[in-house]
Design a protein around this ligand. Structure first.
Ligand SMILES: Nc1ncnc2c1ncn2[C@@H]1O[C@H](COP(=O)(O)OP(=O)(O)OP(=O)(O)O)[C@@H](O)[C@H]1O
Ligand SMILES: [Mg+2]
Length: 335
């Protein structure tokens, strides 16, 4: 451990926040805060705040301070980060950590500064920013320092990002503010249209995770979900099948594909041929959707393969990036 405190990698996501200390993930919690809106006090943070959602009186609001990958509520984000950093490092103000924290591709300088400032106010000694796909590439150990091209696609909850990396730099990139949460919304609207049933986004997410897929599967699963009848207002169950979820997701999956296509178009031919040979690495929670690798492969003609630790690799790569500052200097976002 360094003399002045830990080195931490923080993956600050729209849906989840992960912290990596050395090689270990020491925190993995929803990016959620519960606030008492009468007393303007934070009541809870992370997993326990998420569990309050829909189960507490109206004075408590459960919110996500990030939207589409970027900070939407600065005050709440820095309190959330402060809480997480303290959980990992203890309450001591003496040994402040050095932090590498993620930002999505294509963020504005104002958005970058907000993340930098939030991490500083959360009790960090030094803060560096890193683009999520670059952190993922480092986390899985892709040979990013070589002149050949490495392609990474991060399918997050709020953003879909694609990048080609070579010589420790990002050669081409694109991001679209469409991610896993939009897939959940697509299921909500599919069920409303087809069954006249109103369901919550958490129910939709559960259906996506438990039975969902991007392409037809050998094993067709079903799930019984509860909703509220649009006409009578009464609760009613329905059974949803894998095939129906696949149908519900197609349009939104196509929108996520735009970022991947744009990057391929912007990649110089020499590097494009490397990528055709090596394929593209997919990571982020959305990469766990069954069949998404095959779906991307058939949509782009480039083999897509899942990272070994698709969600943890980003925070792991962030902390590893602190040991490569000199090499990454030209590439890391400045504030
Ligand atoms: N098995 C699964 N199948 C499909 N989707 C999944 C699965 N597991 C998690 N997800 C989705 O992954 C998303 C969360 O992924 P992740 O933690 O990478 O997002 P994030 O980093 O918080 O967001 P972002 O990077 O966009 O800011 C959620 O939308 C969640 O529903
Ligand atoms: Mg992410």
């Amino acid at each position: 451990m360094p003399l002045f405190g830990k080195d931490l990698g923080i993956d600050l996501g729209t849906v989840n926040t992960l912290i990596c200390d050395g090689g270990e993930i020491v925190l993995y919690e929803p990016t959620v805060v519960a606030i008492d809106i009468e007393e303007l006090k934070i009541v809870d943070v992370g997993q326990s705040a998420r569990e309050m959602d829909g189960r507490v009186p109206d004075v408590i609001e459960v919110c996500r301070p990030l939207r589409d990958g970027v900070i939407a509520d600065f005050e709440v984000t820095h309190r959330l980060l402060g809480h997480f950093v303290e959980k990992v490092c203890g309450p001591s103000r003496l040994f402040k950590p050095r932090v590498m924290i993620t930002v999505p591709l294509g963020v504005t300088s104002v958005e970058r500064r907000a993340v930098h400032e939030a991490a500083l106010q959360a009790g960090s000694r030094e803060v560096y920013l890193i683009q999520e796909p670059l952190a993922a590439a480092i986390g899985v150990g892709l040979p990013i320092a070589t002149p050949s091209g490495n392609m990474v696609v991060d399918l997050g909850g709020g953003v879909t990002q694609a990048a080609v990396i070579a010589m420790s730099g990002i050669v081409s990139e694109d991001a679209t503010r469409i991610g896993g949460m939009k897939l959940d919304e697509a299921i909500v609207s599919y069920v409303r249209k087809k069954y006249g049933l109103i369901i919550g986004s958490r129910t939709a997410e559960e259906a996506k995770i438990r039975i969902g897929a991007a392409i037809p599967q050998d094993e067709e699963r079903t799930i019984e979900i509860q909703g509220q009848d649009q006409v009578t207002g009464l609760p009613r169950p329905i059974t949803l099948t894998t095939g129906e979820v696949i149908e519900a997701l197609q349009e939104t999956l196509q929108l996520q594909l735009v970022a991947v296509r744009n990057v391929l178009e912007r990649t110089p031919p020499e590097l494009a041929s490397d990528i055709i040979d090596r394929g593209m690495l997919i990571c982020g929670g959305g990469s766990l959707l069954r069949g998404i690798d095959k779906w991307l492969t058939s949509a782009t003609g480039i083999p897509a393969y899942l990272a070994e630790e698709p969600v943890a690799c980003i925070a792991k790569g962030a902390v590893r990036g602190l040991g490569m500052l000199e090499r990454l200097r030209r590439t890391l976002p400045q504030v």
